[in-house]
Design a protein around this ligand. Structure first.
Ligand SMILES: O=C(CO)COP(=O)(O)O
Length: 251
């Protein structure tokens, strides 16, 4: 029997957004129109906006997350931010291991795993990102790569409550390209199998999001795929109308 997994539609603003963008959060909350009854909504603004975004989101059905954290709770790590700081600022979740962090900051699976543990230590849900590059897909190595990333990036003790996995093919991020529905089904089915093999019933409950060029026009098709439990949206999360158009796939 398939587990009941509450969909999650999450926005990753990346390095976009000044104070004026907080209005989009208000607009999202106003536009939900009961959607929150079935679907969790999360916005991950840049770190500078987490505190004010959380204040704007109080009393709404929009949760606020962050985009990265350091593994340590404090210390001499200039420019870094601890998970505890994000939690105090009002975040309830943090993205770790996004491909842009893995590429530009050379984050390894072991570092991503340490960051996920830091998220838990601070009481945050860890949204762990994995995904293959174009070269890896062309070489037929997609599932192999996903398997290695899952084994290395997910800590022991992952549960349906403390972990979300985001499958984001690197070549689909910001490109307008998306995998076929069959390819999404294959990747998500593989991820589910690995989650269940390692975490049992908890792995059945972990939500697996698809990310990479999700738009209002393709959201319904992607969200209907088995084992796709929501979306991690980049560019189209910056405007409330686009984001609501995607979340509306769960109406
Ligand atoms: O990286 C992503 C979300 O984390 C996806 O970005 P786009 O939706 O802009 O392709």
């Amino acid at each position: 029997m398939a587990a009941e997994r509450r969909p999650l539609v999450a926005g990753n603003w990346k390095m976009n957004g000044l104070k004026a963008s907080l209005n989009e959060i208000s607009l999202i909350s106003q536009g939900l129109d009961g959607l929150w009854r079935t679907t969790d909504i999360l916005i991950c603004p840049p770190a500078t906006l987490v505190y004010t975004a959380a204040a704007v989101a109080i009393g709404t059905k929009v949760a606020i997350g962050a985009q990265d954290c350091h593994a340590e709770p404090s210390g001499a790590f200039t420019g870094d931010i601890a998970a505890e700081m994000l939690a105090e600022a009002g975040a309830t979740a943090v993205i770790v291991g996004h491909s842009e962090r893995r590429t530009y900051h050379k984050e390894s699976d072991a570092e991503v795993r340490a960051k996920a543990l830091a998220a838990w230590r601070a009481g945050l849900t860890a949204i762990v990102c994995i995904g293959e590059t174009k070269d890896e897909r062309v070489a037929g190595k997609t599932l192999e790569v996903l398997g290695v990333q899952l084994a290395g990036s997910l800590p022991d003790g992952s549960t349906a409550a403390n972990l979300v996995v985001a499958y984001e093919p690197v070549w689909a991020i910001g490109t307008g390209l998306t995998p076929t529905v069959a390819d999404v089904a294959e990747a998500h089915g593989f991820i589910r199998d690995r989650l269940v093999a390692r975490f049992g019933a908890e792995g059945e409950g972990v939500r697996v999001l698809y990310g990479g060029s999700v738009k209002p026009s393709n959201a319904a098709e992607l969200m209907a795929v088995a084992n796709v439990d929501g979306a991690l949206v980049g560019g189209a999360s910056l405007k409330a109308t686009d984001f609501l158009g995607i979340a509306g796939a769960y109406r």
